[in-house]
Write a protein that binds this ligand. Sequence first.
Ligand code: DC
Length: 221
Amino acid sequence: MIVCIDGPAGAGKSTVARLLAQELGFEYLDTGAMYRAATLGALRHGVDWNQPEQLAQVVRGLQIHWANQRIYLDGQDVTDQIRSPELTALVHHVADNPQVRQWMVELQRRIGQGRNLVTEGRDQGTVVFPQAEVKFFLTASPEVRAQRRQEQLRQKGVEVPLEQILREQQQRDRRDSTRSVGPLVPAPDAIVINTDHMTVEQVVELLKQHIRSRTAPPSSA
Ligand code: DC
């Protein structure tokens, strides 16, 4: 069974997806980490970001491997490296490239084959697993998402003004929603949930309820 969780950055997808997978005994896939690892690989190969063909060719030659909630690039664990602000600012070159996306979709489908999986990203319910049994689209208001991001950064000892986070977030939202291939949109059959006033635990509980109701065998009464 495949459970898709899509939505914008800061809606709480990662934490919720990881916890949900754990509680269901499913595997968890972070597709954003795959795009980030591809970006790091391209960076290491010194690709010219203005040459989409070259970029796609380089990415195609990378070994991107996801195992036990860690992401490997050519055999090296890069899970922590891919979160840097420098890399985050470059991911759009990779995520906007239609050939790269096609390759990522193939990789993700292969990972999902025959598995019980909670997969998280932007296009999981729309493009990668349109036949998935349950699809969620998590949202939150821009202010709440920015506040959550600010708090995350604060815990890492980094202080960033809310206005700056909001500005960058807006830019990312625009890019994510307007890309020609795999844009950020809810699948027509996705359950849309606004997480503004919910704790992580409440969101996970709500998703579990939806999954139960979607997968419960019809009553024999
Ligand atoms: O969720 P994240 O911030 O780690 O994602 C990193 C980037 O990858 C972000 O710019 C959106 C993009 N992405 C995507 O285009 N499709 C996905 N399925 C997952 C992420």
